[in-house]
Design a protein. Structure first.
Ligand SMILES: Cc1ncc(COP(=O)(O)O)c(C=O)c1O
Length: 425
């Protein structure tokens, strides 16, 4: 909608009408949470057969009884399964408990505390910086904030981070120690890194010997359609380039079986994993291997995981399509309202210039909660105040439809308000 064609009076009238609509929603006592990428209840039901069959699984493995202590890096079968999923050998994978974020936080804190492969512990350096492609995953940025790592915001493009900027930064700044990447169905934009970007990340010249790519492959098999979107295997490129040590990858079954109660892994060079396990051995004796046996017995192999993920996609796809259809119906061709159309993952990224905060605030008054505006940026600073992360997975289709009514109404109000204040004040 181009508001330039309307008089002040017409705009005020339109604003009043939208405010009245929003107030009506407010009176309905809605409580729709679209703030986090959680699976909905029917998705959680898919994995229940794993629990129902649990008594019959074989916990007495050749390597030892999974119900007892031992095996800090996880059971071989789970390492092989994640290896198959990530394109790595079992030797390059360790499997832990329910959270890949835990692996990421721990890897960064070990580097802080003890250093990486003989280099100075990061806590003893005057400054440690990470490159943070944005919009990105808010919890990655929270790790940096918590551990005192300075974040350098780099734009996220349609095929991955802006590599010209990344390369120019890492080439001569030794204090840059890492970059966060969600390479497939990125959080929140849903993009898949192009082969070129993967190659450049693996081969770029880096000043810091202990620079690490945090390759968070959380959505490795989470396609909404055919699951045929290909991500180049960064480890294959890195092996050829002699940079295998540079990449640490992470994944979990949080959105395959149970969120937070699945199994998670870290993939890396054997030397990196040995160092990680050395520190970990002081903290714990072994992970929950009973859960690992259950997961391996249930998930079996990647072909079977693909079938399970089809069942998830059937629940999720209509929700993503509804978001796109409703936004298209209202805002197609509007240069001020843009959104992504992901083929996988859990998020749609919406951009409405200069009024994201106001939109989120307005939606909240009607009982629809989004992730706080700006959360997808380091230090919560979105220079254009434009980005809103939409997580359509939790609400039912009916609730989602109502939430989109509220969102659309909030967008209109915020934009008219902005226009009135800019043009007529
Ligand atoms: C990009 C990304 N990484 C990690 C996680 C958390 O994964 P986990 O449950 O394995 O800790 C999420 C959850 O939404 C995510 O979006």
């Amino acid at each position: 909608m181009d508001y330039i064609n309307f008089s002040k009076e017409e705009l005020e009238k339109m604003l009043k009408a939208e405010e009245k609509t929003l107030a009506k929603f407010g009176k309905r006592g809605l409580a729709i949470d679209m703030s986090r990428g959680r699976p909905e209840k029917s998705q959680l039901e898919i994995g229940m057969t794993m629990l129902e069959d649990a008594g019959a699984y074989n916990y007495e493995l050749a390597s030892g009884d999974a119900r007892n202590y031992g095996g800090l890096g996880g059971i071989r079968q789970a390492r092989e399964l994640f290896g198959e999923l990530l394109g790595l050998r079992a030797e390059n994978v360790i499997v832990g408990d329910g959270s890949s974020l835990d692996f990421m936080y721990t890897a960064v804190s070990f580097a802080m505390q003890f250093g990486v492969r003989g280099e100075t512990p990061w806590k003893d350096l005057p400054k440690v910086k990470f490159i943070c492609p944005a919009p990105g995953y808010d919890r990655h940025f929270a790790i940096c904030e918590e551990l005192g790592i300075e974040m350098i915001t780099v734009p996220m493009l349609d095929d991955g981070p802006d590599m010209d900027t990344v390369e120019s930064l890492v080439v001569d700044d030794e204090s840059i120690k890492g970059i966060w990447c969600v390479p497939k169905y990125s959080n929140p934009t849903g993009i898949v890194y192009s082969d070129k970007v993967v190659e450049r990340l693996a081969t770029m010249k880096v000043a810091a010997k202990d620079f690490r790519i945090f390759w968070d492959n959380s959505y490795v098999i989470h396609g909404l359609y055919d699951n045929n979107d290909k991500l180049k295997n960064i480890f294959d490129v890195a092996r050829k380039a002699g940079t295998f040590d540079r990449v640490l990858t992470f994944a979990s079954t949080s959105k395959i079986t149970f969120a937070g109660s699945g199994i998670a892994c870290m993939g890396a060079s054997e030397e990196n994993l040995t160092e990680y396990l050395r520190h970990l051995s002081i903290r714990e004796i072994c992970p929950n291997k009973v859960n690992q046996v259950m997961h391996v017995a249930y998930l079996k192999n990647v072909d079977n995981i693909k079938k399970i993920m089809q069942a998830h996609a059937e629940i999720l796809r209509p929700k993503f399509e509804l978001v796109d259809a409703r936004l298209t119906a209202e805002f197609a061709g509007d240069e001020f309202v843009k959104w992504t159309k992901p083929r996988g993952g859990y998020f749609v990224s919406l951009d409405v210039r200069h009024c994201a905060k106001r939109i989120v605030e307005l939606a909240k008054t009607a009982g629809v909660v989004f992730t706080p505006a700006g959360a997808s940026f380091p230090y919560h600073i979105d220079d254009n105040d434009s980005n809103i992360r939409i997580a359509p997975s939790v609400p039912t289709l009916e609730e989602l439809s109502t939430a989109l009514d509220v969102l659309i109404c909030a967008i209109k109000i915020a934009r008219i308000e902005l226009f009135l204040s800019k043009v007529f004040n």
